[in-house]
Design a protein around this ligand. Structure first.
Ligand SMILES: *[C@@H]1O[C@H](CO)[C@@H](O)[C@H](O)[C@H]1NC(C)=O
Ligand SMILES: *[C@@H]1O[C@H](CO)[C@@H](O)[C@H](O)[C@H]1NC(C)=O
Ligand SMILES: *[C@@H]1O[C@H](CO)[C@@H](O)[C@H](O)[C@H]1NC(C)=O
Ligand SMILES: *[C@@H]1O[C@H](CO)[C@@H](O)[C@H](O)[C@H]1NC(C)=O
Length: 313
């Protein structure tokens, strides 16, 4: 299930233990609500569905999905950033899926099923939660977003690749490209991908993403990615692979059109490839990269209430 060498396993566990112990700055007004599996579907791997509803929901609210990291869970993810607290201010709904994989709580980003549109796997269960929420809360289908860190960032890449018709945008912090962990099995760990040995051309990555949903020629979500240059869990090469992948899928050059130094933070360099793809290289930052909620909300335009993202892109 999790074929990591013992030393790597130790490093991995330590890193995620650190992530789990981040100070809780959870000022959210309400608690998570669990939605029973019988209310939505299909959910072939039995992902658990937690919903965060702010007290004041905006009309036709956006949905922000926030998958947790390995060794984390929905509750830790809910408490780990200010995103739910900000939902109280801005009126968007959050979905916190919880991995059924009790061994390491990593998301399934390897199976053919999860890497295929309507193919099953964890990704399909999460999309079923979105469809339920859209209907039940009259949410805005043009404003569905995913953000996550580490395994949550990998799942964000997977969700945007397998379900480009569902998401308007993604924000992936310290993840890997869609398909990088592909391994013909449920929740397999790819040492090769983690250590930056899976290197492909933009054309090859584009073909992998397009194979997830054969024949699809519709809208492709915009994406922002972040990676620490001192990440020893998911090596920084993975940032380069994500850049090649998403620029190719979005029809952009993999040379930035603009580069912002010390943005959004000192030592962080943001490379702009076009309106639909930005990549930030956080110099000296390890795998324990801190979410900047302002950047995420701005990317998704979540501070703006009642305007459809489709008018912006
Ligand atoms: C999911 O839950 C259902 C109902 O409890 C069960 O029949 C099925 O085997 C479970 N699937 C997995 C992959 O655990
Ligand atoms: C997954 O895809 C690989 C490569 O196309 C194929 O060899 C394998 O049989 C597939 N596995 C399943 C379970 O569908
Ligand atoms: C987060 O990003 C904003 C810009 O959107 C920046 O002003 C702020 O300093 C950043 N915060 C941190 C902690 O880097
Ligand atoms: C990120 O910055 C490091 C130096 O801090 C550099 O070695 C690496 O090539 C950069 N990555 C990208 C994708 O620009």
């Amino acid at each position: 299930m999790f074929p990591l060498r013992p030393t790597l396993w130790l490093i991995f566990t330590t890193v995620f233990a650190l992530l789990t112990l981040l100070p809780t700055v959870d000022g959210a007004a309400n608690s998570l609500i669990q939605v029973p599996s019988s209310s939505f579907g299909p959910n072939p791997t039995n992902v658990t569905f937690y919903l965060y509803l702010p007290s004041k929901l905006q009309a036709n609210p956006p949905i922000l999905v926030n998958p947790h990291w390995c060794h984390g869970d929905a509750q830790a993810c809910f408490a780990g950033t200010q995103l739910a607290t900000l939902a109280d201010t801005y009126g968007y709904i959050m979905i916190f899926p919880d991995s059924p994989n009790t061994i390491d709580k990593c998301w399934d980003v390897s199976s053919n099923e999860t890497l295929t549109h309507n193919g099953g796997g964890d990704s399909q269960g999460i999309v079923s939660m979105i469809k339920y929420t859209l209907k039940k809360y009259n949410a805005d289908p043009t404003r569905v977003f995913s953000m996550g860190t580490s395994s949550g960032a990998m799942m964000t890449n997977v969700l945007l690749g397998s379900y480009p018709d569902v998401f308007a945008a993604g924000s992936a912090w310290a993840g890997v490209a869609f398909g990088c962990f592909a391994g013909n099995g449920y929740d397999l760990w790819s040492d090769d991908c983690a250590t930056g040995k899976i290197i492909k051309t933009p054309k090859e990555w584009k073909a992998i993403v397009e194979a997830a949903y054969p024949g699809y020629t519709g809208f492709r979500p915009k994406m922002q990615v972040f990676h620490g240059s001192a990440d020893t869990t998911l090596y920084p090469q993975n940032l380069k692979e994500e850049i090649k992948e998403w620029t190719a899928v979005l029809g952009l050059s993999d040379n930035p059109v603009n580069t912002l130094v010390n943005s959004p933070d000192v030592g962080w360099t943001t490379m702009i490839y076009g309106e639909k793809f930005h990549a930030t290289n956080a110099s000296g930052v390890t795998h324990n990269i801190q979410t900047n909620e302002t950047v995420v909300l701005d990317w998704f335009d979540l501070k703006c209430q009642g305007r459809s993202l489709t008018t912006l892109i």
